[in-house]
Design a protein around this ligand. Sequence first.
Ligand code: 6PG
Length: 245
Amino acid sequence: MRNIEIVASPEALAARAVALTVAAANQAIAARGRFMVALTGGSTPERAYTVLADAHIDWSKTYIFTEDDRDVPIDDPRSNFGLARRTLIDRIDIPAGNVFPMVTTPGNPAASAEAYIDILRRLFPGETVPSFDMIHLGMGDDGHTASLFPGHPSVHVVDRWVVSGPPGTLPPPVDRVTFTLPLLNAARQVLFLVSGDKKAQMVHEILDEQASVDSHPAGGVDPLNGTVTWLLDEGAATKLVTPRG
Ligand code: 6PG
């Protein structure tokens, strides 16, 4: 199922993302005793994660992953896990064993991808494809999401949960490690955080025109048994014609 929510500003987007995340955490912990969440990189979530650090979530029952990362050490300013650590993880009371950086062997992204698959197997025993309670995603103005870039073979991978790949269209030119569409689409909830009018054309092409997944990878995110929410600010929604809500 797909929801589209539009809020007035980037600040409102962060507040709404936090509210949805707190609700997902409470629901998951009540139902299954834990909250499995994968965070995103990029500039849009930074504000949300800073606000999330002050939210009331049982962090001892929360397990934090990232759904893609650059092949750099976690203390590199370009690391998505580093962003999550600075804005959120270092500011909350979460056991060290509950957080899972994706890049464990910088310089060997294929090995980091393999190691992450092993972690997922251990944390989601018996699941054919791990089902995260919530995955946060951003979308680039070229239609990529996570590190699934337009026209790249990783968009079409169906037999692996996590893969490595070459740099996409965005700087810096370092390799990537990323969840694949089958893993994203096994989530209970996916939350896109999309801000700014630079994204408006892509939002229109994906949500109004059902553009192809190969050219618009973000459009391939549509959980089989879950929900995808496109949380947009007014700028990102400028060209949207699909009914909202
Ligand atoms: C990354 C991402 C990427 C990001 C989009 C949108 O590592 O950069 O995970 O998929 O979410 O590029 O980024 P912005 O929110 O900065 O536009």
